[in-house]
Design a protein around this ligand. Structure first.
Ligand SMILES: Cc1cc2nc3c(=O)[nH]c(=O)nc-3n(C[C@H](O)[C@H](O)[C@H](O)COP(=O)(O)O)c2cc1C
Length: 159
């Protein structure tokens, strides 16, 4: 059965995700991109993963580094997601950030951060499957998460 790409997007859009911004330091300054394809992989050793598109300019810049930080966005950070989903030249222009363990940017206001060393890159079709070895992680506040579902943003509601 041939799979139509817009139907693939529509159906997979029914799977809700959190929203992260994956950041890294480069010689040209900090870079980052909005990522929904983040997941935890292994507890021992502690591994996480995300899937950047092979055509992503940000991922191309990150490929020269051996580290990254996953910033989990809160439900008041949809604007931050918009910036990091864009193709702007300097996405960090209006962004406050600091560093923790690996020197990768931790974006102020994020609800959690997971600082990683690059562990492996696997082929994933038109995306790469990037696995990170966690070197440090913490929560920053008790805000709710920013969620992405059927192409729109939302908040988490306890049931
Ligand atoms: C909610 C959300 C989730 C996203 N998840 C991913 C993802 O998992 N992988 C990816 O390659 N792009 C993802 N994107 C799109 C990238 O953020 C965007 O294509 C990228 O930042 C474009 O800039 P670049 O080419 O300069 O890297 C997502 C965008 C949004 C809004």
């Amino acid at each position: 059965m041939a799979i139509d790409s817009s139907e693939f997007r529509r159906v997979l859009g029914h799977f809700p995700t959190g929203v992260t911004v994956v950041t890294a330091p480069t010689e040209q300054g900090p870079v980052g991109m909005a990522i929904g394809s983040f997941a935890s992989v292994s507890l021992d050793p502690p591994l996480v993963m995300f899937c950047p598109g092979k055509e992503s300019a940000t991922w191309a810049k990150m490929s020269g580094t051996d580290r990254f930080c996953v910033n989990v966005l809160g439900d008041d950070q949809a604007d931050v997601c918009g910036v990091f989903a864009s193709k702007a030249d300097d996405k960090f222009a209006g962004i406050e950030w600091s560093t923790r363990v690996t020197g990768s940017p931790v974006i102020s206001g994020s609800i959690a951060w997971i600082d990683c060393e690059l562990h492996a890159v696997h082929d994933g079709g038109d995306h790469d499957i990037v696995v990170g070895l966690v070197k440090g992680l913490s929560t920053e506040n008790d805000n709710g998460p920013l969620l992405f579902f059927r192409g729109g943003y939302g908040r988490f509601e306890q049931i």
